[in-house]
Design a protein. Structure first.
Length: 640
């Protein structure tokens, strides 16, 4: 295969230069649909020559560019029946100003879906799974599956994951020589642990069923919202495994370092509550478990992965927390690395924000259409964190269900939820800001006195969560607002470091033992500043000079807050029609609150968020359906 000379670059009206060989993509670049990486991948395909590889038609080149774009937008593939609508939504999210001079996405020359599918099926650059395979199919960069177009890598990953999940969820437990399997005694121990540890409310039957499934099944998915007892369930599952067979090895993992640290801490607390009912050696073994990131578990110091289908993980049981944040690629690699005779338990909340990378794996696994794995899913329905009748619970349920009128009714009713509409009560926003500043003042005062515990406690009591990073309603705007107020009070100066500064780590830092998203507080010492980070009942001290990847964090993004909890949460939403407003974003923000929630948003913004579930294209649900017939379309399953 040979290549033509590199194309010369033309000039698009907006955005990156567009090579002359694909100048028909210029309007899509100008409209914000495509960027440089998309266009230059398409240009490479457009300039291929050689036997059987004529210049592809324009609609194939456009489809190739969109296939590169899709994973960057969180989608695994391109839904050819709805590509224009999806592109319009993503462009409006990135460029919410309706008065900019970008061409209208709907007015672009989109091919008709039927003609598009036919052109792709006939292209030598595309493997059409609906026709007989050819010798060169494995080398083709694009895959057409039904009416969806994939990059070959993502199609292979989706097939691999679906195959692994189906096999583990439906097959009988495999037996590996030298490794005994758990018998029903493990489930009996689970029942005894629940009976011994239940509170006055009695045993949570959902938790009991989930824990029993974890010791009986090869593949289990435990799902539930905040406060439903996911950690409690996992702790009792692990205790049953340890009591039944102390020789079994366990791995605890999460998608991020921060989530792994939270899992370790939460499990230790849950195990401590069981200590009286466990043998001392079992309690000690469980207390010694340390969660790690999935990447570190798989041994990825570089490329390739340390563990995979040719070098399996040694563990008998793998538990993965915050599974909603795991991408398709990472989950496929993990599943391929777990031994056939080992057990894997996924834990998470499918209604939260999905992975920042391509895929909606947890949501796909628990979708009603994924009937092949329905028996492996164990939902937790009872919330134990808030008191019965909490408006926070009612609001979270209404947001999750997309019940807009009910959401507004709960917001108006008051209780432990306060709603401030800036367009109606502009002065009320200042009142909320005053409350936030009062907490910040308490943090600074405690830090200046050297009282680390009080400073950390005050810092964790209230948190502003924003949808955007920039702008007056974003993270940077609220950070600036708080610091200006503290400066006016004479509590801080203009230096970056000051006593009480909340510092958030922006990159994993294993040398210092902190993770991306960890938030600590600065305290002045004789020779400079030290940052203290909460670690269960203790705190971790790090000299400020050793921290070069931190930012001030009086407020944080909703994305960064995933997995965290605060007594009082202030949720700040931008004006509609910002496309970042989604149901999952609002649900994630609302469910961070333990006792009190304040929502600062217009009615239009609330409606926009509740009415707009995240739209990502994926074929995993359909690959996990028992009765999949031909002619399917992704939107038949994924549509809201």
């Amino acid at each position: 295969m040979s290549r033509a000379a590199p194309p010369t670059a033309g000039v698009a009206s907006v955005g990156p230069a567009v090579p002359e060989s694909v100048d028909h993509l210029g309007p899509f670049v100008a409209a914000g649909v495509l960027d440089g990486a998309d266009v230059h991948f398409a240009a490479t395909l457009a300039t291929l020559d050689g036997p059987g590889l004529p210049a592809p038609p324009p609609e194939v080149v456009l489809a190739a560019a969109l296939a590169v774009r899709a994973p960057r937008q969180g989608s695994v593939c391109v839904d050819l029946d709805d590509v224009a609508g999806a592109a319009r939504a993503s462009v409006e999210e990135a460029h919410p100003d309706p008065d900019d001079d970008r061409p209208a996405v709907a007015a672009l020359a989109w091919p008709r879906p039927d003609r598009w599918v036919a052109a792709l099926a006939a292209s030598p650059l595309v493997r059409d799974v609906g026709r007989a395979s050819l010798d060169l199919d494995g080398r083709r960069p694009l895959v057409l599956d039904g009416r969806s177009l994939y990059l070959a890598r993502h199609h292979a990953l989706e097939q691999l994951l679906a195959r692994e999940v189906r096999r583990r969820a439906t097959g009988a437990p495999a037996v590996d020589s030298g490794t005994p399997t758990l018998d029903l005694d493990g489930a009996d121990v689970v029942s005894e642990l629940f009976a011994a540890a239940h509170d006055a409310g009695g045993v949570d039957r959902d938790q009991l069923a989930a824990a029993r499934a974890g010791v009986d099944g090869r593949f289990v998915v435990i799902v539930g919202g905040p406060g439903t007892g996911k950690t409690t369930t996992v702790a009792r599952l692990l205790a049953a495994v340890a009591v039944t067979d102390p020789t079994r090895t366990v791995a605890l993992a999460a998608p991020t370092g921060k989530a792994a640290a939270r899992l370790t801490e939460a499990l230790r607390g849950a195990v401590a509550a069981l200590a009286d009912g466990l043998p001392p050696e079992t309690s000690a073994a469980l207390d010694a478990l340390e969660a790690t990131t999935i990447h570190r578990l798989l041994g990825r110091a570089g490329t390739p992965w340390g563990h995979g289908p040719d070098r399996r993980l040694p563990h008998d049981l793998v538990v993965v927390d915050e599974a909603s944040m795991v991408s398709l690629a990472l989950m496929a690699q993990l599943m391929a690395a777990v031994r056939d005779d080992a057990r894997i338990v996924l834990v998470g909340d499918p209604d939260q924000l999905a992975s920042v990378e391509a895929g909606t794996v947890l949501a796909d696994l628990v979708a009603p259409e994924a009937t092949a794995v329905a028996g492996a899913v164990r939902p937790l329905r009872n919330v134990h964190r808030q008191d019965e009748g909490s408006a926070i619970l009612d609001l979270a349920a209404a947001v999750r269900d997309g019940a807009t009128d009910e959401v507004l009714a709960v917001l108006r009713a008051g209780g432990d939820v306060t709603w401030i509409d800036p367009s109606v009560e502009p002065g009320a926003v200042e009142s909320v800001a005053d409350d936030v500043v009062a907490v910040a003042r308490a943090v600074v005062t405690a830090a200046r006195a050297g009282d680390v515990d009080t400073a950390l406690s005050e810092l964790g009591s209230t948190r502003v969560l924003c949808a955007h990073r920039r702008g007056p309603a974003g993270v940077e705007g609220w950070n600036r607002r708080v610091e200006d107020a503290l400066r006016a009070l004479g509590l801080v100066g203009w230096s970056e470091w000051y006593a009480g500064r909340p510092v958030m780590v922006t990159e994993n830092d294993p040398l210092n033992g902190v993770h991306n998203g960890d938030v600590g507080v600065a305290v002045r010492e004789d020779d400079g500043y030290a940052a203290w980070f909460p670690r269960g009942g203790d705190a971790l001290r790090i000299d400020s000079v050793r921290l070069d990847r931190v930012v001030t964090q009086w407020s944080m993004s909703i994305h960064k807050s995933q997995g965290s909890e605060f007594d009082h949460v202030v949720v700040v939403l931008p004006p509609a029609p910002a496309r970042i407003l989604t149901r999952e974003l609002l649900y994630t923000a609302v469910t961070r609150a333990r006792r009190r929630l304040t929502v600062v948003a217009s009615e239009a913004a609330v409606r926009a968020a509740v009415d707009r579930p995240v739209a990502r294209s994926s074929g995993l649900v359909l690959r996990l359906a028992d009765n999949l017939s031909g002619g399917w379309r992704l939107r038949d399953v994924r549509a809201p």
